[in-house]
Design a protein around this ligand. Structure first.
Ligand code: GLN
Length: 219
């Protein structure tokens, strides 16, 4: 039987608002298409061989857990960076998305180092403000509308060479001011959309699944 291997990165630590639902939705799509699915949680001190996965998922979390994973994450940097460059399918939500960038200043204004694979950076909002509630965005690649739920104290700014994932139609997205939401690079998406995103937006789930099986990495 054909096989799909999914990696849930730090699934035991970073998994707020049902983010594991993204893994479940992806696995469901794979099974529907006749694949046998293997899901592995890779966490602190676990050996990470990114190449063996068809889909890597990195969820959101509280500042506390983000701080716990930051050092270990750096040990997985090279593997992740290679996986991303060769076009592996990678989805990072909220806290995971923040950690792919340069840094995140948390609610106490303490710096958490990111992976620095991408240039975006995240600072906290004044007076402990958070962006919470429904969010709707329009995918910059194909014009599709996606909906989800956001809850973040961090505000993220993309660098000039980063392309946003979507344009904010409702809600706040990256920072509440420039209408950008998340980023997309090759087959990596970073986004603030909890939901879970892939469960609530089936077309996106299908798109990512199809890329993962076709290994259509020429983008
Ligand atoms: N702790 C981060 C923030 O508040 C991420 C939150 C999340 O992943 N939901 O911005």
């Amino acid at each position: 039987m054909k096989q799909i291997k999914i990696c849930h990165l730090y699934g035991n630590l970073l998994n707020t608002y049902g983010d594991v639902g993204n893994v479940m939705a992806f696995a469901h799509e794979a099974r529907k298409n006749g694949y046998e699915v293997e899901i592995e949680t890779i966490s602190i001190a676990d050996y990470f061989d990114a190449e063996k996965y068809d889909f890597v998922f990195f969820g959101g979390g509280q500042d506390y857990e983000q701080r716990i994973v930051q050092t270990d994450l750096l040990e997985k940097r090279e593997q992740l960076s290679k996986y991303i460059e060769k076009g592996g399918v990678f989805l990072a939500i909220c806290g995971g998305y923040q950690l792919l960038g340069q840094y995140y200043y948390d609610a106490y204004n303490k710096k958490i180092e990111g992976l620095n694979i991408f240039n975006h950076y995240t600072v906290n909002q004044e007076n402990g403000n958070r962006f919470t509630g429904a969010i709707k965005i329009k995918d910059y690649n194909n014009g599709q509308l996606y909906e989800g739920f956001e809850n973040h104290g961090g505000v993220t700014y993309l660098s000039e060479n980063q392309k946003a994932f979507g344009k904010v139609i409702e809600g706040n997205g990256n920072n509440g001011s420039d209408t950008t939401e998340g980023f997309r690079y090759k087959n990596t998406i970073g986004t603030y959309l909890h939901g879970p995103l892939l469960a609530r937006n089936e077309d996106l789930c299908k798109e990512l699944f199809n890329i993962s099986i076709n290994k259509n990495f020429d983008n």
